[in-house]
Design a protein around this ligand. Structure first.
Ligand SMILES: Cc1ncc(COP(=O)(O)O)c(C=O)c1O
Length: 452
């Protein structure tokens, strides 16, 4: 048999560093994989049709996540209602999937409220949270029967004033913040339980004849890694609710536990793989349900609301980007400029994305940096990563990026790219077009004396 013809591979000299390994180097031994398709759709075809960079969402992944989430929580005797956290991802198509799946809309601003109404969600299927509800959005929400969770003392007065004007008795909830033992405490939203502020809020509400306190809401944080924190939350909320009933301050009909379940993202500041530190969603569900049982929340039957975001959408989002140029930095590190940067990846500050390449590769890995396209030194998508030699026009697929990126992306230097959703029959749909100059200038005007 003939000897196989071996191709030449150029040698790579890697500088060895002494001292402690840092987190980036620790993470650098992640294995880079090949990905040529998303949900059976060819990445090259997507890029040819919709351009690069391109966000891609998998409807199949979203629906499967939702099914699991429902299954884990439906094992209980409790009346659990899920709500979709708009701020996590308020693309109309995404919100419509959650509504179809029976979720309410959980919004935290007038903009989000209007978006939910725009896609056809009735007011009485909206939970209105947040520290900055405009007067007109409160009037709308009260008229339309939304569930309003009061954040502060001023809001109590404002809502009471509107209810009086409309001559309408309205059910309200209050947001609590409480110490579950995780720090820093999220104490800026709602009324603090331990200091007595929550009770003061309840007493204040009781003075207003048109306000009827029926709900307690609390969102303890995001990317919560310890399921036991929810036990503490449930216990504290239950004790408070029972005390309100005993002392005849209010009869609580529901408890809203907020969101906070983690996704499969890698935390930048963790040495451990996410599979080790992120408990399964089922573990969270079991812990929450057993906490509800321990606190006998089925008698009297309280309704439970959940408002998860990232755990349900993060894994369904991909960002396809293209290598634009290659660099050799003075210290020998390889650098690549890709067409997607921190303008599109707000969460890159906290999370390290999976990196996949849309072709087979065998070459040696080299320590590399991925730069975004912005003419700004801070635009670094990732550094200290081992990558095979890349060529211009190679595609790099970053994931999971489904949570908080397409809401927090910046309109800075570059147009924002198109977003595609692949449906469960494997058909791609454009769900948001690429921006152009009209998006940028639509609200600008030039005073006459400056006209060119
Ligand atoms: C009030 C409220 N509910 C739900 C969520 C969703 O949180 P997560 O995406 O961590 O599940 C948030 C996010 O900050 C929130 O502020």
């Amino acid at each position: 048999m003939d000897d196989p013809i071996l191709s030449y591979e150029k040698p790579i000299i890697t500088k060895l560093k002494s001292g402690c390994i840092n987190r980036n180097e620790w993470h650098s031994n992640q294995s880079i994989k090949t990905r040529t398709h998303i949900d059976s759709v060819d990445i090259n075809e997507l890029i040819n049709k919709f351009g690069s960079p391109l966000f891609v969402f998998s409807e199949d992944t979203i629906r499967k996540k939702i099914q699991k989430y429902k299954k884990y929580f439906s094992t209980s005797i409790f009346d659990i209602q899920m709500a979709w956290s708009y701020k996590t991802n308020y693309l109309d198509a995404i919100c419509s999937i959650f509504y179809q799946e029976g979720f309410l809309a959980e919004v935290v601003s007038e903009m989000e409220y209007d978006k939910a109404r725009y896609i056809g969600i009735p007011g009485n299927k909206i939970i209105f949270n947040g520290p900055n509800k405009s007067h007109q959005s409160l009037v709308k929400a009260i008229r339309e029967g939304a569930k309003i969770h009061i954040d502060n003392f001023e809001e109590i007065e404002e809502i009471s004033h509107i209810a009086n004007k409309l001559n309408k008795i309205i059910d309200v909830g209050i947001r609590l913040n409480l110490d579950t033992g995780t720090y820093p405490l999220w104490s800026r939203f709602g009324f603090n339980l331990e200091s007595g502020e929550s009770l003061a809020a309840v007493k204040k509400i009781k003075l207003h004849s048109k306000l009827n306190l029926v709900g307690l809401h609390c969102h303890i944080g995001t990317f919560v890694l310890d399921p036991n924190l929810y036990k503490i939350q449930v216990k504290k909320m239950t004790i408070f609710s029972q005390m309100l009933e005993e002392k005849k301050y209010a009869k609580i009909k529901y408890i809203d536990l907020g969101g906070g379940l983690p996704s499969n993202s890698k935390l930048r500041d963790s040495y451990y793989h996410q599979n080790i530190i992120v408990p399964n969603m089922e573990v969270f569900a079991k812990t929450i349900i057993s906490a509800l049982e321990d606190n006998k929340l089925s008698e009297p039957r309280l309704k439970i609301f959940l408002e998860n975001g990232r755990a349900l959408i993060d894994d369904a989002g991909f960002l396809i980007s293209t290598v634009k140029s290659t660099k050799r930095l003075p210290d020998g590190t390889k650098g690549y400029v890709i067409d997607a940067g921190i303008n599109l990846l707000y969460t890159s500050t906290w999370y390290k994305f999976n990196i996949e390449i849309n072709r087979q590769f065998q070459e040696h890995m080299e320590m590399s940096v991925l730069y975004g396209p912005l003419c700004m030194n801070i635009d670094v998508v990732d550094s200290g990563i081992l990558l095979p030699p890349l060529n211009t026009n190679d595609q790099i697929i970053l994931s999971p990026v489904g949570a908080y990126n397409v809401t927090q992306w910046m309109q800075f230097i570059e147009y924002r790219p198109a977003i595609v959703m692949i449906d469960t029959q494997r058909n791609p749909h454009l769900i948001r077009g690429k921006e152009d100059l009209t998006d940028l200038i639509r609200r600008e005007s030039i005073p006459e004396h400056l006209a060119i």
